[in-house]
Design a binder for this molecule. Structure first.
Ligand SMILES: CC(C)(COP(=O)(O)OP(=O)(O)OC[C@H]1O[C@@H](n2cnc3c(N)ncnc32)[C@H](O)[C@@H]1OP(=O)(O)O)[C@@H](O)C(=O)NCCC(=O)NCCS
Length: 254
């Protein structure tokens, strides 16, 4: 569905079949987050979007991003636009709220809400949930890497065994590398707000990827905090389109 406000430059994704907008853990086709999450996504052509970016007027840009490239500013504003859309879906009665940014770059959600933002070339999304349903969540979307990018990221990001899990699930090499990368970014965005410290790609190991359920399983290689010790299992979901990989991690309230 095209958004009338967006002068046809932006496409608001509303179809559950894409598994990106209103996602559900339970349906046959599934989604990347449980149904308690609200997700709002925009797909757009970068060049046209730069022309049509006036649609984000009124979304505040933090001072530290004033000198950023036009693409970075566009992605930031589109991410906040999606965040506001997702918050509206979660609580239609909530007055419009801006989503701040910590020094380390994590979004600052309104009290009682957890969430996550992702952007990649031509696709932006935000997901939120009530804090009494989820302790935290993380989403990530990545354009499937090309061979050159794969060479650059694969050793930096992955263990050889992780790529093997992707291949065993029927993914090709480039999809596998992108999925491992994206899954680790989603895990990072989910856990960072609870840990408050950096951790890196080799601190987490993907140890299972299942095509039928589109689930991945990862294990912490290193202790990240007393609550997140080495050996702990983290599960998430993924979805693949022709050019994008989407991943989601949800930490339920026990
Ligand atoms: C933060 C990071 C994960 C973002 O990933 P990315 O692929 O570059 O970018 P994405 O577009 O998908 O996500 C960017 C969004 O992540 C969110 N984000 C940034 N830092 C974050 C943090 N510390 N915690 C949670 N979310 C964060 C922000 O909302 C950001 O968008 P914004 O700046 O427009 O608000 C990445 O830059 C990074 O620092 N990676 C190193 C740490 C890591 O990934 N470790 C792997 C552990 S297994």
């Amino acid at each position: 569905m095209a958004c009338s406000k967006c002068a046809a430059h932006f496409m608001i994704i509303t179809e559950p079949a894409t598994a990106i907008s209103r996602v559900s853990w339970d349906t046959e086709r599934g989604g990347i987050l449980p149904a308690a999450a609200e997700q709002f996504s925009l797909a757009f052509d970068m060049q046209q979007a730069l022309v049509g970016a006036a649609v984000f007027e009124g979304v505040p840009l933090p001072a530290e991003l004033h000198d950023a490239t036009a693409g970075r500013r566009l992605h930031f504003l589109a991410g906040r636009f999606c965040a506001m859309g997702a918050l509206r879906r979660l609580d239609p009665g909530r007055p419009p709220t801006t989503v701040g940014r910590t020094e380390r770059g994590a979004p600052i959600w309104p009290s009682g809400v957890v969430g996550s933002i992702t952007h990649t070339d031509g696709f932006v999304s935000a997901a939120v949930a009530r804090a009494d349903e989820a302790r935290s969540l993380g989403i990530d979307s990545e354009r499937i890497v090309n061979s050159e990018q794969a060479r650059r990221v694969s050793t930096h990001v992955s263990w050889p065994s992780e790529l093997m899990h992707g291949r065993q699930a029927g993914l090709d090499r480039l999809q596998s590398i992108t999925l491992v990368f994206s899954a680790k970014e989603a895990i990072f965005k989910c856990l960072y707000p609870l840990i408050g410290a950096m951790f890196y790609y080799h601190d987490v190991r993907i140890e299972g990827i299942e095509a039928a359920t589109r689930m991945f399983r990862a294990r912490l290689v290193k202790t990240l905090s007393s609550e997140f010790p080495a050996g702990m299992l983290v599960e998430g979901r993924f979805d693949l389109s022709e050019s994008l990989v989407h991943t989601g991690v949800w930490l339920a309230v026990c």
